[in-house]
Write a protein that binds this ligand. Sequence first.
Ligand code: ADP
Ligand code: MG
Length: 250
Amino acid sequence: MLPLTLTIQGGVDKDGTPDAVNEIEIARGEIIGIVGPTGSGKSTLIADIEQFAYADTPSGRRILINGLVPDQELRSDPRKKLVAQLSQNMHFLADMQVGEFLRMHAKSRGKDPGLAEKVIELANTLTGEPIDPHHQLTILSGGQSRALMAADIAVISDSPIVLIDEIENAGIKKQEALRLLSGEGKIVVVVTHDPMLALMASRRVVMKNGGMTRILSTSEEEHRIFKDIERVDGWLTSLRETIRQGEVVA
Ligand SMILES: Nc1ncnc2c1ncn2[C@@H]1O[C@H](COP(=O)(O)OP(=O)(O)O)[C@@H](O)[C@H]1O
Ligand SMILES: [Mg+2]
C-alpha cells in the first residue's frame, strides 16, 4: 500500500475571513469528523476535497496529495480515482443483478470478478437485511445499498479517500462500516452529528459560517464515552432484533 496523505489548506469563510484552521494533514487509516450546524459549510468542505479544490472554489481552499497538487491524470482517470463518496441517497440506476454488477465493476477496475462474492459477504455484515447476489439492484433498501457501496469501496475500488456526508438514518452498522474502511488503510472523512461516529474519529473539524474554526482531538474521556455509547448501541440493536423476531424482551 502506497503511503498517502491528504492536506487541506485553509481558505476563507462566507465573509472572506481566513479559516482559523490553516492546515490539516490526514494520514491513511485516519477517520476525521466534520461537525457544525446546518449551513455551516460541511458539505462545501467535502466538495472541496472531492474536486481537489485549488483556490478555484468559493472557499479558496487547496487540497494536496502527498504534499503536492494532484496532477490532471489523478483527477480524471477513473482507475486512479483517489476519492470515493458514500452518499445518503444511493440510487443504482442499472437494472442488473447485484452479483453481475459487482463482477462488472471488478473487471472495470482490472480486478478479479470473483471479488464480487467477498463484497456481498462483507456487505451482509453491515446490514441486518441480507443481500443475495441474485437480487436486482433496484429493489435494494437504502441500508442494503449503502452497505453494498461501503463493502465495494473497501474491496474493489482502490480509492484511498472516502467521503461520507451525513449517513444518519443509514440502516447500516455505521461504526462497523467506518472501521472497515479505515482498517483498509483508507482516509475516511465523515460529516456527522452522531456522537458514536464523531467520537470514533481521532479528530473533528468544527465548521462555522463556512469556515474551519477549530480542530478537536478526541480526548481520553471522549474515548471512554465512545465505548459506553457503543455498548448501548449494541444493546439497542439486539433489542430491535428481538422485537423484529416477534419475541419478548427479557
Ligand atoms: N467558505 C465558503 N465560502 C463561501 N460560501 C460558502 C462557504 N462555505 C459554505 N458556503 C455556502 O454556504 C451554504 C451552506 O453550505 P453547506 O456546505 O451546504 O453547509 P452544510 O453542509 O453544513 O449544511 C452553501 O450555499 C455554500 O455554497
Ligand atoms: Mg450538508
